[in-house]
Write a protein that binds this ligand. Structure first.
Ligand SMILES: Nc1ncnc2c1ncn2[C@@H]1O[C@H](COP(=O)(O)OP(=O)(O)OP(=O)(O)O)[C@@H](O)[C@H]1O
Length: 504
């Protein structure tokens, strides 16, 4: 995608109200000194040798501003990305340096320094992001597509990054929010980069008022057609487009769709209430569509044509934070929903009556347990993986003890699970857990369905100190798991269940 080119000078702000307040200047200077990042000047020859002479092997990618290279410096201790920018009237590295030296955040691709080549052209040295861009994650067929909870997490991280910019003094308007400018760091967190078009200052500032509009087609606010239309809400619009891209997995402009623009495609669907239609078909979506609806509505609000009606980035952050909580703990929503819908069995007999139907429909599933919050050493005796087949016919047949092993994790001992997924979303599992673990966070990965189940309740049946019968709730979003060992003595547990039923 190309920039809307405008024949303007670079977007460096000369009018800087940063230190207006003379009274507090000293105080602020102190504070500023603490916060101000150290910008290092790298020698060009060091960068040259650290990139192998800007070789093809060090080449990371090409943008409309120039090429980006990976450089290994300080005897391998420092890995950076070097941006060799093509100087143009619209883009100048000084602008990026000016802005990035003022704002710093773990949500941004921060500036580390700069260098001057033989012709005194500036090169930018920024933090190296080893996991590509959000664009790659969403659109490359050779990468595992992120789940909805991950996508919402990325969206929240980007929203936070933009909020940092908008709330800095004076504010920074990025003007080029798009998935290829979102880079993924070594901890798989999203960071906002590429400040080539960013403007720092108050919109009333003369310099900003004279800077022609710029941005990337597909993401650019259609209302931003003249310099005086510049507002932080232009970024909110671009973020809305990005959110639609994140949720749908389709490009901001994609000629394979009709209409090609994501906004023209998604808004009518959202207006008609067909929320699920805008979601990427490759991802699991929750049963409870209220979050999907709210996420879609949030995107729609961000792209409203009236700028004043768009939410501020701080509101977007609040909204997305609540969604991430809901998406990452649907266990509790499901639990709450189920609790109100139906009476939760509190006695053995009640759970047995559920189990009866369920086990008739039992089928093979593979269960993987994932360690969470457990030290590696303590996992030794609590193996991680089991695959299993239905182990009993509840009516009269004996248990079938057919536990299989997963090749991926290795051997297991005394690890068994009984599980059934039919009967709506109410399967039972007999699971033995390590005492003292937080059962609220327990989950099982059902690899056959590529989703997770959550142990909904530890209170249904309790066998001795360690055995429990849980109801499982299908839940594709919980990634944590504390289950360490599955019941080895199902027979006695089942006996107890049957006896419990008889006695009531
Ligand atoms: N800090 C970085 N760490 C690792 N790779 C980077 C980094 N910055 C950029 N890249 C890689 O270099 C490519 C070019 O980046 P650049 O920011 O110049 O352009 P772009 O954002 O892809 O496109 P445009 O210039 O049109 O905005 C990116 O797509 C990315 O793959």
């Amino acid at each position: 995608m190309g920039y809307l080119s405008c024949n303007s000078e670079s977007a460096i702000i000369t009018c800087d109200p940063y230190n207006w307040d003379i009274k507090n200047r000293k105080k602020r200077k102190k504070k500023k000194k603490k916060k101000e990042p150290k910008i290092r000047q790298f020698s060009y020859s060091d960068l040259e040798s650290a990139t192998d002479g800007f070789s093809a092997q060090s080449f990371l990618g090409k943008g409309s501003h120039g090429n980006v290279y990976k450089a290994v410096l300080d005897e391998g201790k420092l890995i950076v990305a070097v941006k060799k920018t093509i100087h143009s009237s619209l883009l100048h590295p000084d602008n990026e340096i000016e802005i990035l030296s003022r704002v710093r955040s773990p949500r941004l691709v921060n500036l580390l320094g700069f260098s001057l080549d033989k012709n005194d052209n500036k090169l930018l040295v920024v933090e190296f992001m080893p996991n590509g861009s959000l664009y790659d994650l969403l659109h490359s067929s050779n990468r595992r597509t992120p789940s909805l909870s991950k996508r919402v997490r990325y969206a929240l991280q980007i929203a936070k990054a933009i909020e940092v910019l908008h709330s800095s003094n004076p504010p920074v308007i990025h003007r080029d929010i798009k998935s290829s400018n979102i880079l993924i760091d070594s901890n798989w967190n999203a960071r906002l980069g590429d400040f080539g078009l960013a403007l720092r200052g108050f919109v009333e500032d003369v310099k900003l008022k004279c800077t022609p509009p710029a941005g990337t087609l597909g993401y650019l606010d259609p209302g931003y057609i003249a310099p005086e239309n510049l507002t932080a809400k232009n970024d909110v619009f671009s973020f809305g487009i990005l959110l639609l891209e994140i949720l749908s997995g389709r490009n901001a402009i994609d000629v394979n769709y009709s209409p090609p623009s994501v906004i023209d495609w998604a808004l009518p669907l959202i207006k008609r209430g067909e929320y699920t239609s805008i979601y990427d078909a490759r991802i699991d979506i929750p049963d409870d569509i209220s979050v999907l609806k709210q996420l879609a509505n949030l995107a729609a609000k961000c792209v409203r044509s009236t700028t004043e009606k768009r939410p501020a980035m701080s509101d977007v952050v609040k909204c997305l934070s609540s969604f991430t909580e809901r998406i990452s703990s649907p266990m509790w929503n499901n639990l709450r929903r189920r609790m109100t819908k139906e009476s939760t069995p509190t006695s053995l007999s009640a759970s047995l009556s559920i189990g009866h139907d369920m086990f008739d429909n039992s089928r093979e599933l593979i269960v993987k347990t994932i360690k969470h919050g457990i030290r590696k050493s303590s996992l030794k005796n609590y193996s991680k993986v089991s695959s299993f087949e239905p182990y009993f016919d509840f009516k009269n047949q004996p248990f079938a003890d057919r536990i299989r092993r997963s090749n991926s994790i290795g051997s297991i001992s005394e690890t068994k699970v009984t599980l059934d997924t039919d009967l709506g979303h109410k399967p039972l599992a007999l699971v033995e857990v390590k005492p003292g673990l937080d059962l609220k966070m327990s989950a099982l990965r059902l690899s056959k369905s590529r989703s997770l189940s959550v142990l909904q309740s530890a209170r249904l049946i309790h066998d001795s100190e360690r055995g429990f019968v849980f109801r499982l709730v299908k839940n594709p979003y919980i990634r944590s798991l504390n289950v360490t060992k599955l019941v080895s003595d199902e027979k006695s547990l089942l006996k107890k269940m049957i006896e419990g039923k008889k006695s009531t």
